[in-house]
Design a protein around this ligand. Structure first.
Ligand code: YNC
Ligand code: MG
Length: 416
């Protein structure tokens, strides 16, 4: 049984789908929310982390680098950079009270963390102000002591105090109850290194040389002559509009205004050259890459594609310490709104061009692999672009919101 999750306002495993979407528990005024922090074992104290303080951000980076998510065979562990954490934890409207740390009272050592950031989402036809909960981490030496439920209850209290009663979160583990699940796919780029560190292996029917040749990417993006360039500040209004229209295709999506789009796609880009050639020279500390296609005649943004950098520590190799992984993020194209015969074939072809260019840019920027999930419109192009299925699964969860399961987060086919 789930001693903790059975007490929470989440659908329990095996529960029948609801007749109508809605909250499981009602919201309440801040005055009726518990006013005191939840008690911790006596050697620990609560401590909000100040992500604007370099030293505290560093402490979080150190905690996660050594104790955060690993793959099933303990070969790789996420190594979120300080720049990444700063980007992820400070979107527009963030609250410092939602960056919840636990310290050893005597030494002040940071030993656990959980965070939430505000986001507006649409789930089917309901718009919800939720918190997105992430970076739940307990130091390896303090595992299985039921600290995680205390962290979750405390971040819930902090969200409730700010009037937020629903949350969105993802996890590799299955707990009550996923609203959707997606599988990880991997597009190998740097074959020799990926073989060396046993991220992949050479199939018995192939040589290393042939495998390298099969995965070779072009020197430059194909859509350059159609107006592909790095996204800029002035593109924000058009990208907001395209994002909103494209995301209507899916059943659970964020709703972004201009400030959100500027944050998600432009902030955290690091120092270095900007402009049409910027894909040739990656910048130090860059977290997110966003490219748009601007029609040279109409100056209309017809497409965008983005990915972010999330390296992993390689735990079992003597040759390499870091796996440089790019994660496919949001994209959109006007081709999705064309109709008539062959519309879905044209969409697939356009997405293949767009994502191939993302791969070319990722290759230039020295990424070893690009990861993608089976969500949005990814499934039709994954195989053709040589993404291979991984063993990771990502489960999506909603807290205090009932809705029937969503299939691959697609709007068009809502049955699992
Ligand atoms: C997990 N990932 O089932 P039951 S993902 C949620 N998410 O409860 P203990 C989890 N719950 O089954 P440990 C969970 N993992 O008895 C475990 N649990 O009811 C549940 N790993 O607690 C588990 N980061 O403290 C069980 O376990 C209870 O010491 C056991 O700590 C767990 O960030 C953990 O994978 C994950 O650092 C902290 O293993 C630890 O093992 C660890 O005895 C490596 O806990 C890093 C890792 C998780 C990444 C993530 C999303 C978290 C979402 C949390 C739920 C948010 C709900 C919404 C709150 C806001 C509401 C509003 C408004
Ligand atoms: Mg524990």
């Amino acid at each position: 049984g789930h001693k903790f999750w059975s007490t929470q306002p989440v659908p329990q495993l095996g529960e029948a789908p609801p007749e109508a979407d809605g909250p499981i528990e009602p919201s309440k005024p801040a005055s009726e929310v518990r006013q005191d922090p939840y008690p911790l074992p006596k050697e620990f104290t609560w401590s909000f982390l100040d992500i604007n303080d370099t030293a505290e951000l560093r402490e979080l980076y150190e905690l996660l680098s050594a104790n955060y998510v690993e793959d099933d065979d303990e070969s790789f562990r996420f190594q979120y950079s300080a720049e990444f954490l700063s980007w992820a934890l400070k979107p527009p409207g963030y609250h410092k009270e939602w960056h919840v740390g636990v310290r050893v009272s005597s030494s002040r050592k940071l030993v656990a963390f959980i965070s939430a950031v505000p986001v507006q989402i649409r789930v089917r036809d309901h718009v919800l102000n939720v918190s997105e909960v992430n970076y739940l981490c307990v130091h390896k030496k303090l595992r299985s002591k039921r600290l995680a439920p205390v962290l979750i209850k405390e971040v819930t209290r902090q969200c409730n105090l700010k009037g937020v009663f629903q949350a969105l979160y993802t996890a590799g583990v299955v707990i009550p109850t996923p609203v959707s699940s997606a599988q990880y796919y991997h597009r190998c780029i740097n074959i020799p290194k990926l073989v060396d560190v046993r991220f992949t292996s050479v199939p018995s029917t192939m040589t290393l040389a042939r495998m390298i040749r099969l995965h070779k990417l072009s020197e430059k993006p194909r859509l350059l002559d159609q107006g592909l360039r790095e996204m800029e500040e002035r593109d924000v209004p058009q990208v907001v509009d395209l994002f909103e229209r494209y995301m209507k295709r899916f059943s659970m999506v964020p709703i972004y205004n201009e400030a959100d789009v500027a944050h998600q796609f432009l902030s955290g880009r690091g120092e270095g050259p900007r402009g049409s050639d910027s894909w040739k020279t990656p910048r130090d500390g860059q977290v997110v890459w966003t490219y748009v296609v601007e029609n040279p005649k109409t100056n209309k943004i017809t497409d965008y594609v983005s990915f972010y950098s999330l390296p992993s520590t390689i735990m079992r190799s003597t040759k390499h310490n870091l796996l440089n992984a790019a994660y496919l993020y949001y994209y959109a194209t006007e081709v999705a709104f064309e109709d008539g015969a062959e519309a879905s074939g044209r969409l697939k072809k356009r997405l293949e061009e767009l994502i191939t260019d993302a791969l070319v840019i990722a290759d230039r920027a020295k990424f070893d692999v690009m990861n993608a999930l089976t969500l949005m419109d990814n499934v039709p192009f994954l195989q053709d672009l040589k993404f291979g299925q991984g063993d990771g699964i990502l489960n999506f969860y909603l807290y205090n919101w009932r809705t029937a399961p969503l299939a691959g987060l697609r709007a068009t086919s809502d049955t699992p």
